[in-house]
Design a binder for this molecule. Structure first.
Ligand SMILES: *[C@@H]1O[C@H](CO)[C@@H](O)[C@H](O)[C@H]1NC(C)=O
Ligand SMILES: *[C@@H]1O[C@H](CO)[C@@H](O)[C@H](O)[C@H]1NC(C)=O
Ligand SMILES: *[C@@H]1O[C@H](CO)[C@@H](O)[C@H](O)[C@H]1NC(C)=O
Ligand SMILES: *[C@@H]1O[C@H](CO)[C@@H](O)[C@H](O)[C@H]1NC(C)=O
Length: 468
């Protein structure tokens, strides 16, 4: 047992080292051969991206609370914390303190995050049916205590998943205008964002974050979505505290105990589709942002630890304890804000006027996205094919919108049978927000799903014919 775990640790260490050296080699070779391949460097695209970079630089200077951006070229930049920033997080494994500088490829970041606005992030039956080995391979990875690493018996796997597997995406791109993503940072107690949070069209919360009168003025009372991990199952009834509309989205795996609990509640429960399999729980906040972006035009984040001067790492509902200075997270969230992906709200930002004029406009982002895509295609020696389905690697077909069975299995309890799935799963197309309907039509009824992890180059695309 111990030996197995140790061996696993070594394997993990080695793979981390391998990945790191590949990245290093990639960075070096891109430094010394910036124009490898059949590159017909387009000055127009570079001009657009350089303009975008200077806007980003200015945005970070204005909003970054001391962070500064240093442009390397039209795609790359470094975010730097001021000299003397207290980096208290010591990494035992690598024997280093958290660095004060972070390098980013802005072109890749735009491509990644803009794509999320068109994605489906809930696991569905149509995805498992369309993806090669979807049932055999992928489904097995989302079930704990299966007793096998693959679904050799699909019926058995279906039994595990039926309860939480909708036929088609229950939520749609552009479904909501403004969403609040509420993290768990103890910082929330320093502000009174409660009312502001509740004024959003949808509120997304995390794990066991309590919502009640005690914290109302700090975190609000509205509850629409909650991303949970498997361990939270034990406390689920307590966490839900009588709220049976809140949609639960599981970030990890399902298993029999979890299923037993789900049968007792009326809340819709789904599995998150885009998790990075075989990796740690790093970036739980990122998953909430991915979910939000796949449904909302504007994403406001609260309760993320993003202000300078942190000496403790704590949640708003637990006693403070010493922790680290999350510099890496702070830098990345600031990048995302200046890419127009999120809007950050925190104690140090609470007093200033809500002015987003230095964040790039929709038009500017669209132009930069197009330029980044063109450039990438040229560098890869591929011309043309810039349509919205350019990344569709696998195609699948499903029934028209609003048809097919909703989530559920044959052995559902009455509670489950009369649960609140229907609110989302059989919502008539006509009652969707206009922007969502327009998007659906423009996308020709195609839902986009990630294949795996954080790569968005390979998508599973499922077409829904119009209702006849
Ligand atoms: C597959 O699983 C189902 C449900 O648990 C079971 O009834 C069936 O006997 C299994 N089939 C095989 C071949 O093991
Ligand atoms: C449950 O909700 C009630 C009423 O809304 C509230 O008074 C109570 O504090 C909540 N309990 C927990 C554990 O949050
Ligand atoms: C940095 O933070 C640590 C831990 O909170 C503290 O002990 C130390 O005094 C700080 N150093 C500076 C220069 O502020
Ligand atoms: C996203 O969807 C819109 C239609 O609403 C489309 O015009 C655009 O090309 C898509 N973008 C990406 C990156 O897929």
């Amino acid at each position: 047992m111990t030996r197995g775990r140790k061996a696993g640790g070594v394997v993990r260490l080695v793979s981390v080292a391998v990945v790191l050296s590949i990245i290093l080699v990639a960075i070096q070779s891109s430094f010394f051969h910036p124009t490898t391949g059949p590159v017909n460097l387009s000055t127009e695209e570079i001009r657009i991206l350089s303009h975008f970079q200077s806007n980003l630089e200015q945005c970070v200077a204005n909003r970054g609370l001391g962070l500064t951006a240093h442009i390397i070229d039209h795609c790359n930049l470094i975010l730097k914390f001021p000299q003397g920033t207290n980096s208290t997080w010591y990494n035992e494994q690598f024997k280093i303190f958290e660095p004060l500088e972070y390098k980013y490829d802005v072109c890749e970041a735009i491509l990644l995050w803009e794509q999320y606005r068109n994605m489906t992030t809930v696991l569905t039956r149509e995805y498992l049916d369309s993806r090669p080995d979807g049932w055999f391979d992928y489904a097995a990875k989302r079930i704990a205590q299966l007793g096998a690493d693959k679904c050799y018996n699909q019926t058995l796997c279906e039994e595990h998943l039926n309860l939480i597997l909708p036929a088609k995406p229950p939520f749609h791109p552009r479904q909501f205008r403004r969403c609040a993503v509420v993290g768990n940072s103890g910082d929330l107690l320093k502000t009174q964002f409660g009312e502001e949070i509740d004024n959003h069209d949808a509120v997304i919360r995390d794990n066991e974050a309590p919502v009640n009168e005690k914290y109302a003025k700090h975190v609000g009372l509205k509850r629409d979505f909650r991303l949970v991990v498997r361990g939270a199952a034990r406390n689920m009834i307590k966490i839900l505290n009588g709220s049976d509309n809140e949609v639960l989205i599981i970030k990890s795996v399902i298993h029999r105990d979890f299923n037993a609990m789900i049968k007792k509640i009326r809340n819709p429960v789904y599995l998150f589709q885009g998790i990075v399999l075989r990796r740690g729980a790093k970036g739980t906040g990122m998953k909430s942002i991915e979910l939000a972006l796949s449904m909302c035009d504007i994403v406001d984040i609260y309760g993320f630890t993003v202000d300078p001067g942190y000496t403790e790492w704590t949640r708003y509902f637990s006693t403070p304890r010493k922790g680290h200075n999350p510099l890496q997270g702070r830098a990345y969230y600031q990048l995302l804000e200046c890419l127009g992906v999120i809007r950050i709200h925190s104690p140090m930002r609470a007093k200033r006027k809500q002015d987003w004029s230095d964040v790039p406009s929709r038009e500017m982002i669209n132009n930069a996205h197009r330029a980044a895509l063109l450039l990438k295609k040229k560098q890869a020696g591929q011309e043309g094919g810039l349509g919205q389905f350019v990344n569709c690697k696998v195609w699948g077909k499903s029934g028209p919108y609003g048809t097919g069975p909703v989530s559920g299995s044959t052995d559902m309890t009455d509670t489950r049978k009369y649960s609140n799935y229907n609110r989302w799963e059989v919502m008539p197309f006509e009652s969707l927000r206009e922007e969502a309907r327009k998007h659906y039509i423009q996308m020709e009824g195609v839902s986009l799903y990630k294949m795996d992890g954080n790569k968005l180059d390979d998508l599973v695309c499922v077409k829904h014919p119009p209702k006849s």
